[in-house]
Design a protein. Sequence first.
Length: 185
Amino acid sequence: MRVISGIYKRRRFDVPHTFKARPTTDFAKENLFNVLSNYIDFEDGVTALDLFAGTGSISIELVSRGCDRVISLEKDPQHHAFISKIMREVKTDKCLPIKGDVFRYIDRCSEQFDFIFADPPYALSELSTIPQRIFEHHLLKPGALFVLEHGKDLSFEEHPYFIEHRHYGSVNFSFFQAPEKEDME
């Protein structure tokens, strides 16, 4: 796994072969961040939430690009430990790895974020409910962005806050944007 851009650009981290996580490919990650750069200035005090963080590939990329604060949520103890190790290696305090269940976290979270990324297992039965849960619990600041990585069999184009879909090989990203404050009333 490598960091594409930012202060840790070209840093590589060896993901253990025993991991079950399917990290976002470098090709898809690079293209995702090219699109995101049109929406977000990561160096402008951005707070981010990385759900189903897996190897921490997106979390370290967000920190590298200048996010002020990244919460990296991962249920698997080995994966959580790996993310924590990466953040210690780069000596950053900008990322808070949390070991826990994503759905419980969403239900209890009272914070709002500038950017949320979710890369759940494609076979997760609740995957299609994630966008609605994010919006029901008001986890995004007005105008903020949520990106969901998913398989090709799902479409979110009917969701009221869906704004675009991108695919890179077998990786699909659906983009959602929280309404501005006046639209929320």
